[in-house]
Write a protein that binds this ligand. Structure first.
Ligand code: ADP
Ligand code: MG
Length: 557
């Protein structure tokens, strides 16, 4: 025997079985328990309130910050024969009046509204006097100031709604919720039941790419994925504009989306992407909230975003259809400076800024960890279902090349100690290198016993090592704009030789190897010149020096 809910699932939506968490959420709601459902993007949150809405008396009100999504949801429900409507600022005054009139007559099972709607007393008075089935908060993390997309108007309606006597149950839904956000939502909406299916997306492969020229990486990636649909996120509008121009100039067909464009331009870009007329979308984070395009095969971040919440939400727009998809982050140290600048520029108070710096540090750690990237994200969200390693991410795949760097780690940590735990990454690297930097001398750091103890390394390699130690929590950083390095319990274990440290990078080349690559590089350049002369084109048109250098690395010594 099918339950009533399963019957509704099949007869209205045509699906055979519930996905994880759906049934439990639906049961709680039907039993009139306020409920929060935390499920990954594409997990099927809509059905969690749509099925109770169908089986309960009265109208279900869904509050959603996404005007773009309301119409799609309503169209979908109408196509299943379910009476549904939405009210938002995209409608004429007359149309709003007429819909509101029908709502007052209880003609709809589902009504989608933006939070601002509750500022209208006409609307509020209408829904106060009709039977309500439930009130659902979609994208509920917007309620919480700990969330990455806080909307004050969203929060303020909660107290407003609590005065209604005709709301039997509240539902909150989100894909992104840290413990802080979850408990904030719980408190605000008096929710006792949280259904959390975990965040893992088995079809996504995460990659962090460092030390590459971003544009040339993109060009070759796009050439290999011509037929596939993907999103490239930039950190700023300016970056989006310039990348759009660069790629367009090279004859690559791309669309662009950011808040600096007119509404018409944005609509056009979005529609051509959704309908697969343009396969690549270059966008800021203004793009994507509530866009339900299932066949996005990759999401590339051209620059590191501000925190893991935003990253996972944006990257999670890949592969909603469950097919294997890639999430690639192109990291450069400048990204960190840009994000710090954005935090400094923001209107936040000091303690909120501090909180943003803390989150930013976790994002930086993600870029430097050598552990499984998927597990890193799941740990961040305190997801207890986290598996040991996904086997798909760039770190899991590269894991073969392990190098023991315990001795290096000990040198770095003793240097941090000698520097009285008062300096940051760059200065520590300079001291280890034995740099002639003015500041090093000025602070008397060249007198330390650890000055120059790792002079065989470049400063860049040393910085990379230190970031790795931070990411692995083998050394701590003071939060803030200029974080200083501090020893922690794990550092002490490493220093005492009680803990081994392994890094997954290729070993640093010996002098002999370096000579070999240098020679190979010159030979490749000569070859390039020869071909270029034959074709009568300048050599750099064929390959850049950077590409040749990288190519030469593929040859065994
Ligand atoms: P979310 O809001 O969690 O991101 P949606 O509610 O938009 O996800 O659902 C994502 C997709 O999964 C939709 O196309 C939806 O129709 C589909 N879906 C939802 N539940 C099921 C189910 N039980 N079986 C199969 N497909 C489902
Ligand atoms: Mg949704």
């Amino acid at each position: 025997m099918l339950s009533k809910e399963e019957q509704l699932l099949q007869s209205y939506f045509g699906y055979e079985t519930f996905r994880p968490g759906q049934k439990e959420t639906i049961d709680q709601i039907i039993n009139l328990n306020n409920t929060l459902a935390v499920m990954p993007t594409g997990g099927g949150k809509s059905i969690c309130y749509q099925i109770p809405g169908l089986s309960m008396n009265g109208t279900a009100i869904i509050i959603s910050p996404l005007i773009s999504l309301m119409k799609d949801q309503v169209d979908a429900l109408n196509s299943y024969g379910i009476p549904a409507t939405y009210i938002n600022s995209s409608l004429t005054q007359a149309e709003q009046q007429s819909r509101l009139h029908d709502i007052g007559k209880s003609r709809y099972k589902f009504v989608y509204v933006a939070p601002e709607r509750f500022e209208s007393s006409f609307f509020v008075n209408t829904i106060k006097r009709i039977p309500i089935a439930l009130v659902a908060f979609d994208e509920a993390h917007c309620i919480s100031q700990w969330g990455h997309d806080f909307r004050p108007s969203y929060r303020s309606i909660v107290s407003n709604l609590k005065q209604f006597s005709n709301i039997p149950v509240f539902v909150a839904l989100t894909a992104t919720a840290t413990e802080e956000v979850i408990s904030d939502i719980q408190q605000l909406l008096r929710i006792e039941h949280v259904i959390n299916t975990g965040f893992a997306r088995e079809n996504l492969a995460f990659h962090v790419i460092k030390g590459r020229d971003k544009t040339s990486y993109l060009r070759s990636f796009l050439a290999e994925h011509e037929e596939e649909s993907g999103i490239i996120y930039t950190a700023t509008r300016k970056q989006a504009d310039s990348l759009f121009e660069q790629l367009t100039r090279r004859g690559i067909s791309v669309a662009k989306y950011h808040a600096g464009m007119t509404e018409i331009e944005r609509k056009e870009a979005q529609s051509s992407f959704i309908h697969d007329e343009t396969t690549v979308m270059i966008a800021t984070n203004a793009f994507g909230m509530g866009i339900d395009k299932s066949n996005v095969r990759y999401v590339i971040h051209y620059a590191m975003p501000m925190n893991i919440e935003s990253y996972y939400q944006e990257a999670g727009r890949a592969g909603r259809d469950g097919e294997p998809s890639d999430c690639i982050l192109l990291f450069s140290p400048q990204d960190v400076q840009l994000q710090k600048f954005l935090i400094e520029q923001s209107m936040m108070d000091d303690s909120s800024k501090q909180n943003e710096y803390r989150k930013l540090q976790e994002m930086i750690n993600y870029c430097h960890t050598h552990g499984c990237l998927q597990s890193f994200i799941l740990d961040y969200f305190d997801d207890k279902n986290a598996e040991a390693g996904c086997g798909r991410c760039s770190n899991c795949v590269q894991r073969q090349n392990k190098t023991d760097i315990t001795e290096e780690a000990q040198k770095i940590l003793s240097c941090v100690k000698r520097m009285d735990e008062r300096y940051g990454v760059t200065m520590t690297a300079k001291v280890l290198k034995g740099s002639n930097d003015k500041k090093v001398k000025q602070f008397g750091l060249d007198k330390l016993s650890t000055y120059g103890i790792m002079s065989a390394y470049t400063e860049k390699e040393l910085i990379e090592h230190i970031h790795f130690l931070i990411a692995e929590k083998l050394v701590a950083t003071e939060e803030g704009r200029y974080p200083t390095l501090r020893l922690n319990q794990q550092s002490v274990e490493v220093l005492k030789g009680k803990r081994q440290v392994e890094m997954f990078t290729a070993p640093i080349p010996t002098t002999e190897e370096a000579d070999f690559y240098e020679d190979l590089f010159s030979e490749l350049r000569a070859l390039r010149k020869q071909i270029a002369d034959e074709k009568n084109v300048p050599p750099y048109v064929l390959f850049s020096d950077a590409t040749l250098k990288e190519l030469s690395r593929y040859f065994p010594v």
